[in-house]
Design a protein around this ligand. Structure first.
Ligand code: BLA
Length: 518
C-alpha cells in the first residue's frame, strides 16, 4: 500500500490508479518480451490459477505452458502491430495433469507485451450465436430510440439483459462534472437510485481520463485480495508497469470502500463518449461477486459505442423541439397580451392570467412583473419589498436588456434570504420602470432525495461516511449551494424576444394615447 498512504479523501484525484502494481485475482497477467515471449514479470497467483508457482515461470518462455503448435500460432497472432483485433485469443494451456481453456487478452504497454488470461466462460453460459443474436437485437433497439430518455431507458434494459447485473444505471455528467442517475433498470425489490445526484469528485479526474481511453472496466468481487505482479517495480524496473489498458487492473482502494459502503458486490462501468468527452457512464451493480465473460464485455462495449453515437443527434433534436416549444409559448403570450391590452389595462394580465403563462417561457418556478411601482407575481417568488429592492438594484446593475444569473446571492448578497425561491434570476427591462423577472430555486430544493433510498451499510468513521452515497450527496449539496439550474441560451433568447415584442406594444400604445390627447 505504498502509493495510497499519500492519498486521502481530499487529494484522491492524485492517486495513480493506472500503476497499482497489482491485479484482481480472477485472471493472471504476464509481462512478455517479444519476439520470444519470455516472461519478465507475472502476477503472483499462478499457483492457484495454473497450478504452477510464479517463480518457476519468471525468465522462462511462455512456451512452457503451451504445446508447440499452439505456441507458434500464438506468436503469430501477437506479432501484429494492432492487437485489438486478435482478442480474445482462445488458448488451451497444457498443465501438469490437465488442459485449461482460457481467454487471452493482449495489448502493448511501454513496449512490452501484456497478456492477461481469464477463464473462458462463454460456452457454458452463452453460445456465440445466442450472444450475437442478443447484441444485434439490443443494438437495433438502441438505434431506434427517438428521444434521449428512450435511448437511456433502452440501454439500461438491454445491458441488464445481456450481463445479468442486478442494477444498471445511466450516470450522466453535467458541465461541472457532477452526475445524475437519469435511467435505471432493476428488480422491484431494490430501492431506486433514479434522480440521485453525486459530486464530480465521486469519479475523480484521473479516472475520467482513463475511462476516455478505455470503454469498459469490471470489478468482479469487491472483497478481492489484490495480487502483486512480481518482481515488484522496486527492484528490477525504474518505471512502474502502466496498467491503463489492462482488463485485470486492481482498483483504487477508495473506490472499493465506496462500493462496499453501498453494499455492492461487483461493479462494471461502460463509458459513454461524445465528441471526445466523457458524457456519462453506464454503471452496473451486482449484489454478490460476478464474473462477466470477455465476449459479453466486448458486446457491452459495442453497445456503449452505439449508444454514444446516437447521443449527439438526439440531444440536437431535443434542443430543436424545445426551441419550437418556447416559440409557441412566446406566440401565445403575445396573442394574450394583444387581446387584453386596452387603455385601462396593460400587458400584465395577458402574461399572467392564462395557460401557458410567463412561467412556461423560461421553465421558471416564479415570475414577477414590476410595472410602474405595481408588482404582480405568479408562482414562488420573493416578497413584494424584496422584489422592489431587487428591481432597484437591477436598475443600477443591468447594462443590457436582459440580465441572467444562476447564482444571484453571489452578486446580490441580500438574495441569500430568499435563495429557496430565487437563487437564479432572469430579467428583462421594458422601460426605466417596467421589469419582468423570472426566478428559479436553489438546485437542492428541486432534487427529490426521497428519504434515504440507498441506505449505506453501517458506517462509523468520518472517512468512510464520505465514501458513501449519503456522504456524497451532502458534498454535492455543498458544491451547489446558492445556485439554481442555469438558464439555457434559448430561454434567454425567448425572453429577449418577448421583450422586443412588449416594447413595440408599449410604444404603439403610447403613440395612440398621444394622438388621442392631441
Ligand atoms: C470510480 N466512481 C468510479 C466509478 C463509478 C463511480 C461508477 C467507475 C468504476 C466502477 O465501475 O465502479 C461512482 N458509482 C459511482 C456513483 C454511483 C455509482 C456516483 O454506482 C452512484 C450510484 N470515489 C468517491 C470518492 C473518491 C472516489 C470520495 O466517491 C476519492 C476520494 C474515487 N472513484 C474513485 C476512484 C475511481 C472511482 C479512484 C477509479 C476506480 C478505478 O478505476 O480504479
Amino acid at each position: 500500500d505504498s502509493t495510497i498512504q499519500f492519498v486521502d479523501l481530499i487529494n484522491c484525484d492524485r492517486e495513480p490508479i493506472h500503476i497499482p502494481g497489482s491485479i484482481q485475482p480472477h485472471g493472471v497477467l504476464f509481462v512478455l518480451q517479444e519476439p520470444d515471449l519470455k516472461i519478465l514479470r507475472v502476477s503472483s497467483n499462478t499457483l492457484s490459477f495454473l497450478g504452477v508457482p510464479p517463480e518457476s515461470l519468471l525468465n522462462q518462455s511462455l512456451s512452457k505452458l503451451l504445446d508447440p503448435y499452439a505456441f507458434d500460432s500464438l506468436k503469430q497472432s501477437l506479432s501484429q502491430l494492432e492487437l485489438e483485433n486478435v482478442n480474445p485469443l482462445k488458448l488451451s494451456l497444457k498443465l501438469e495433469n490437465k488442459s485449461l481453456l482460457c481467454n487471452g487478452i493482449a495489448h502493448r504497454s511501454q513496449e512490452l507485451l501484456i497478456l492477461e488470461l481469464e477463464h473462458s466462460l462463454t460456452p457454458e453460459v452463452l453460445s456465440f450465436l445466442d450472444l450475437y443474436h442478443l447484441v444485434r437485437t439490443s443494438a437495433s433497439s438502441i438505434q431506434k430510440a427517438k428521444t434521449l430518455e428512450e435511448l437511456c431507458q433502452t440501454a439500461v434494459k438491454e445491458i441488464r439483459k445481456l450481463t445479468g447485473m442486478d442494477r444498471v444505471m445511466i450516470y450522466k455528467f453535467d458541465p461541472q462534472g457532477h452526475g445524475t442517475i437519469v435511467a435505471e433498470d432493476k428488480p422491484d425489490t431494490l430501492s431506486p437510485f433514479l434522480g440521485l445526484r453525486y459530486p464530480a469528485s465521486d469519479v475523480p479526474k484521473q479516472a475520467r481520463r482513463l475511462y476516455l481511453e478505455n470503454w469498459i472496466r469490471l470489478i468482479a468481487d469487491v472483497n478481492y485480495q489484490p495480487v502483486e505482479i512480481i518482481p515488484t517495480t522496486a527492484h528490477l524496473y525504474d518505471q512502474s508497469l502502466d496498467l491503463s489498458f489492462s482488463v485485470l487492473r486492481s482498483v483504487s482502494p477508495l473506490h472499493i470502500q465506496y462500493l462496499k459502503n453501498m453494499g455492492v458486490g461487483a461493479s462494471m462501468s461502460i463509458s459513454l463518449i461524445v465528441e471526445q468527452k466523457l458524457w456519462g457512464l453506464i454503471a452496473c451493480h451486482h449484489y454478490s461477486p460476478k464474473q462477466i465473460a470477455y465476449e459479453v464485455r466486448t458486446a457491452c462495449e459495442f453497445l456503449g459505442q452505439v449508444m454514444s453515437s446516437q447521443i449527439p443527434y438526439l440531444e440536437a433534436n431535443e434542443d430543436q423541439d424545445y426551441k419550437l416549444y418556447l416559440k409557441s409559448i412566446q406566440n401565445k403570450l403575445i396573442e394574450y397580451v394583444f387581446a387584453e391590452n386596452n387603455f385601462e389595462n396593460n400587458f400584465t394580465d395577458g402574461l399572467l392570467k392564462h395557460q401557458p403563462n410567463l412561467l412556461n417561457l423560461a421553465q421558471a418556478n416564479g415570475a414577477a412583473i414590476w410595472f410602474n411601482g405595481d408588482c404582480k407575481v405568479i408562482g414562488n417568488t420573493p416578497e413584494r419589498e424584496e422584489i422592489q429592492a431587487l428591481v432597484e438594484w437591477l436598475a443600477q446593475t443591468m447594462s443590457q436588456n436582459v440580465f441572467q444569473t444562476n447564482s444571484l446571492p453571489l452578486l446580490y448578497p441580500q438574495a441569500e434570504t430568499f435563495k429557496e425561491v430565487a437563487s437564479g434570476l432572469l430579467a428583462i427591462a421594458i422601460s426605466a420602470n417596467q421589469y419582468i423577472l423570472w426566478f428559479r430555486p436553489e438546485v437542492i430544493h428541486t432534487v427529490n432525495w426521497a428519504g434515504n433510498p440507498n441506505k449505506p451499510v453501517e458506517i462509523d468513521e468520518d472517512g468512510t461516511e464520505r465514501l458513501s452515497p449519503r456522504g456524497s450527496f451532502e458534498l454535492w449539496q455543498e458544491t451547489v449551494q446558492l445556485t439554481s439550474q442555469p438558464w439555457k441560451p434559448c430561454e434567454v433568447e425567448a425572453v429577449d424576444e418577448l421583450r422586443t415584442a412588449l416594447v413595440g406594444i408599449v410604444l404603439r400604445q403610447a403613440n395612440e394615447l398621444a394622438k388621442l390627447n392631441q
